[in-house]
Design a protein around this ligand. Structure first.
Ligand code: ZN
Length: 272
């Protein structure tokens, strides 16, 4: 496999930038070949997620971009599309998610890569994007296989050694993976995203029993939001598992969190 490793797709997430800088300079020997990319240097200079539009929504058939990110997405496509088998994109989140990988592809190589990283890091959570298997606007769309790493919690523009070293570990494990190993997919737990929960109209905050508790089940009647008077908005409907709770980058879209079903890889593959 020839793997494109991307850091700094979001300029205010320096963890991936540290890792690609290190790997780009060291060039050690792994089973797979690779090249590193620093995706959004201008946004990084500004300490912002993006300059004109979100670079991680600029790819695929449904991707959209403006200004600087339009230029950068074209440049990255020119370098990556057709030249790499796999895109590994390194992100961080302000949410308390721990180490996760997001599957935006459901092909064999992508799914095996996720299983391999989970086997090596049992605490790692596998997330399947609701768009996986269809057209995605993410950087991973530049190859037929890929994974997005999301690690948190870390504030924007902050370097936390623990997360940088763990991200580097995940990258080197993938670089040394032979992509031949198979797993009993029904035994591999994953969270399949279903939608987003917006902040309700008014002055509501994510309830403390939810905030900071990514991947913990919320059931009918459990509190979701609270206001300064102590009034509650509770969950109605089937049990769900919130993630990206109170993510700083999602505030501009009024998103309180995403939510997922807890399932297994085989069940998702069967439905795809
Ligand atoms: Zn990001």
């Amino acid at each position: 496999m020839n793997i494109a490793i991307i850091g700094g797709t979001h300029g205010n997430e320096p963890t991936g930038i540290e890792v690609v800088k290190f790997l780009g300079n060291e060039n050690p020997q792994f089973k797979n070949s690779y090249k590193t990319f620093f995706a959004n240097p201008e946004a990084h200079k500004l300490g912002k997620r993006y300059v004109d539009s979100d670079l991680n929504r600029a790819f695929g058939k449904t991707g959209q971009s403006k200004g600087y990110e339009s230029t950068r997405s074209s440049e990255l496509e020119k370098e990556i599309v057709g030249n790499f088998d796999f895109v590994l994109d390194l992100h961080t989140t302000t949410s308390n998610m721990g180490p996760t990988v997001i599957l935006t592809h459901l092909d064999e190589a992508s799914v095996r890569a996720a299983c391999w990283l989970k086997e090596n890091n049992p605490e790692l959570v596998i997330i399947i994007s609701s768009r996986a298997g269809g057209d995605c606007p993410y950087t991973t769309s530049m190859a037929s296989s890929g994974l997005t790493v999301e690690i948190g919690p870390v504030a924007n523009n902050v370097v936390k050694a623990e997360l940088v070293l763990l991200t580097h570990k995940l990258v080197t494990e993938l670089l040394d993976f032979n992509f031949q190993k198979t797993w009993e997919m029904k035994n591999i737990e994953c969270f399949h995203t279903q939608g987003i929960m917006s902040y309700p109209e008014g002055e509501w905050m994510v309830h403390p029993e939810v905030d900071g508790h990514d991947f913990l089940q919320v059931r009918e009647g459990d509190p979701l939001f609270i206001n300064m008077k102590g009034e509650l908005i509770t969950h109605k409907g089937d049990p769900m598992y919130p993630l990206f709770i109170n993510e700083a980058a999602y505030q501009e879209n009024n998103t309180a969190f995403e939510y997922a079903l807890k399932t297994n890889l085989q069940a998702v593959l069967d439905r795809a």
